[in-house]
Design a protein around this ligand. Structure first.
Ligand code: SF4
Length: 371
């Protein structure tokens, strides 16, 4: 129900990662990466399926050796989400991954050997309609660039990206997206802003080695948020030292907070204070858990008292405002019924599930506004 100011996105060209369009007017894609041994097919498939369930649009898998490449066909066979093979240095792993049927490659063409090797990979990618992400990382810049600039910096990262881009462009390959990752947020943001003005390739955003679930979430939200608010970014990966599903959840929260994607419940809650008429923190924690399965875009407000409650509740699909001795439920911004503390969570969950079913049905009927 909330009116959103629509962010103007940078106009980038479109590429495909399997069935997912990245760039142009396509929604910002959320991706993550497996952290299982790729050779452990069962564990990797299980993780990819969990990522699919969490909403990942694309999943990346490392292919460091021939055994991992040999596992890829079966992993692809048992999963549905587009898969990108992460390649470092070995053109053979890139070719084997392409043979396995991956939907995208992540490699830096300047790092996989001479021109003939790059040409073989580019030709095989072009034949299969597979796009390539050039992934520049401040921690592994080319020696010449580190010498030229003295230390990793935004200009060096952009120059590195342009060098890799030119290698592919020289071979008439343009199904490219680019990332410029550093753990330093100002450097990352400056690099992306600069490159965004020079090329029109879609950009994959990420803050690398951002840290633990808590610290990494804050860093990624700031770094990615600054860029996304500028309209920069066509796909994102939040890097956390946590289970990859967490990365997907945080990615969606970042996009939801900017109105760029909608997935699941957007929970609005007051921070609570002495005026609260029920325990807001406990209720919100339980609600978050019980509503985690909802995929439809539904705004829910949980507000501890009447100071801000009615105003917030008017703006959402389902809301509750603390009162004494009972609380007030809202539907579509209108007061609906009074509810006691003991029943409020069940009532809210029931309302949201009913709403989600209606949104799903409307989407099936082809007239859904929210999904
Ligand atoms: S809405 Fe009420 S309970 Fe919540 S923080 Fe504000 S004054 Fe406190």
């Amino acid at each position: 129900m909330r009116d959103q100011i629509v962010l103007q996105r940078r106009q980038s060209r479109e590429i495909q990662v399997g069935s997912v369009t990245v760039g142009g007017n396509a929604p910002v894609a959320v991706q993550s990466m497996t952290n299982t041994l790729t050779t452990d097919i069962d564990a990797t498939v299980a993780q990819v399926l969990r990522l699919q369930e969490a909403g990942a649009d694309i999943v990346r898998i490392s292919v460091p050796d021939p055994e991992s490449a040999a596992a890829m066909p079966e992993i692809l066979n048992q999963t549905q989400v587009p898969i990108i093979a992460d390649i470092h240095f070995s053109y053979k792993m890139a070719l084997a991954s392409l043979d396995a049927g991956v939907h995208g490659l992540r490699l830096n063409p300047g790092n996989i050997g001479g021109r003939d090797r790059v040409e073989r990979v580019v030709k095989a990618s072009a034949e299969r309609g597979v796009s390539i992400r050039i992934g520049v990382n401040a921690g592994s810049l080319e020696k010449e660039l580190n010498e030229k600039y003295g230390e990793p910096c935004a200009d060096a990262m952009v120059e590195s990206a342009l060098n890799h881009i030119h290698i592919l462009e020289d071979m008439h390959f343009n199904d490219i997206k680019v990332s410029l990752k550093a753990s330093n947020i100002p450097m990352t943001v400056a690099a992306y802003r600069k490159l965004a003005k020079i090329v029109d390739y879609p950009l994959h955003l990420g803050i690398t080695e951002s840290g633990s679930r808590f610290g990494g979430t804050v860093k990624s939200s700031i770094g990615l948020g600054l860029l996304l608010a500028d309209g920069i970014g066509d796909t994102i990966r939040v890097s956390l030292a946590a289970e990859p599903e967490e990365e997907v959840k945080v990615g969606f929260e970042i996009l939801k907070s900017l109105g760029l994607r909608h997935r699941g419940v957007n929970l609005i809650a007051c921070p609570s204070c002495a005026r609260q008429k029920f325990n807001v923190i406990e209720i919100v924690a339980e609600l978050e858990e019980r509503l985690a399965h909802i995929q439809e875009n539904i705004d829910v407000a949980v507000i501890g008292c009447v100071v801000n409650g009615p105003g917030e509740a008017k703006e959402v699909d389902v809301g509750i405002t603390g009162g004494y001795p009972v609380h007030m439920m809202y539907r579509d911004g209108e007061k609906s019924e009074k509810v006691k503390t003991g029943n409020m969570i069940d009532q809210l969950v029931e309302d949201v599930e009913r709403r989600a079913a209606l949104v799903r049905q409307a989407a099936l009927d082809g007239n859904g506004e929210k999904s």
